[in-house]
Design a protein around this ligand. Structure first.
Ligand SMILES: C[S@@+](CC[C@H](N)C(=O)[O-])C[C@H]1O[C@@H](n2cnc3c(N)ncnc32)[C@H](O)[C@@H]1O
Length: 293
């Protein structure tokens, strides 16, 4: 990447040329956004001092960001963090980038849970920890258990857990879905955003190329596999009348709802995401007593 000189406006012009040449949507907006985020100043600061000098290392950093952005890498990985429900989470290629759609699971959970109670919450498929750690931050007396099969994802979640001061209230466990828990867990809530994309399904640019496949894909011939694996033990691990909240892919809410009802759950509601897509399926355990394994 060649810049005309070590000034903000020269970097901006170069970015605009590159983004225009690849037909990026709104290249002028993105050129400014990338420059501001990369070099850590606001759009107002850029407007006030467009000709301000930049250092050689800032030029190199911006050239690298531009190249990675053009290749389709998510902005959250470039920045190393992502906002979710008003908090920042460290993210990198070891975890899925938290999606605003998943905030509907937080809304659904908070509508059901009493913040004055000592609750126990398990998050299956923890990833960055955005769901569980948000709930623990919002519910000051709750304890959490975050489970993920990926040790790499757990390392990121552990970093976020420490940064949010939640280590004392959160246990991180490597394992598959509910396998690490005993049937006497008496959980108040299980929350899960399992992988639900079938191979070949349409996805946004860069998603399949950069985000962990373990977080994205389920088997083509078994699209509900992760849900069924969770449902096999969910009732036994929840307290009587405990809650189960699943994130689902577009067009899958009814199938997941029916599978859960067959496993003994009562369907409570399905919340839509910001785009109006049914996203959070809310269920309640109907078992009166916790069954043994
Ligand atoms: C869609 S991501 C969700 C991450 C995070 N909860 C979120 O909402 O952003 C699914 C997560 O499930 C994990 N996962 C995949 N298979 C699993 C399994 N058998 N048991 C536990 N976790 C699993 C992946 O490693 C990934 O972190």
């Amino acid at each position: 990447m060649h810049f005309e000189g070590p000034r903000r406006d020269f970097l901006l012009d170069a970015a605009l040329r590159v983004l225009t040449s690849i037909h990026s949507e709104d290249p002028a907006w993105w050129a400014r956004e990338l420059l501001c985020r990369c070099l850590g100043f606001t759009r107002v600061a850029l407007q006030m001092a467009p000709k301000a000098a930049v250092s050689t290392s800032e030029q190199q950093q911006f050239a690298s960001w531009l190249q990675r952005f053009v290749a389709g890498e998510p902005l959250a990985y470039l920045e190393g963090s992502c906002g979710f429900y008003g908090r920042e989470f460290a993210v990198d290629a070891r975890v899925l980038v938290p999606r605003p759609d998943s905030e509907s699971l937080i809304e659904a959970s908070l509508a059901l849970l009493d913040p004055t109670q000592a609750l126990t919450i398990a998050d299956l498929g923890l990833g960055s920890g955005c769901l569980l750690l948000t709930l623990l931050a919002e519910l000051p007396h709750a304890q959490g258990i975050g489970i993920d099969v990926s040790a790499a994802a757990l390392a990121v979640a552990s970093q976020n857990c420490a940064a949010m001061g939640l280590t004392a209230r959160c246990q991180l466990v490597q394992g598959s879905w509910l396998a690490p828990l005993s049937a006497q867990a008496h959980l108040d809530l299980i929350i899960s955003n399992p992988p639900y994309i079938t191979p070949g399904e349409e996805m946004g640019p860069g998603v399949a190329q950069y985000e962990p496949h373990l977080a994205l894909f389920t088997a083509a011939n078994d699209p509900l596999g992760p849900y069924l694996a969770i449902l096999e033990r969910a009732s036994a691990c929840l307290r009587a009348e405990g809650w189960l909240i699943f994130e689902v892919g577009a067009g899958r809410s009814k199938q997941v709802q029916e599978a859960a009802m067959s496993a003994g759950f009562r369907w409570v509601e399905t919340r839509v995401d910001l785009g109006g897509v049914p996203r959070a399926v809310v269920l309640q355990n109907q078992a009166q007593t916790c069954r043994s394994r």
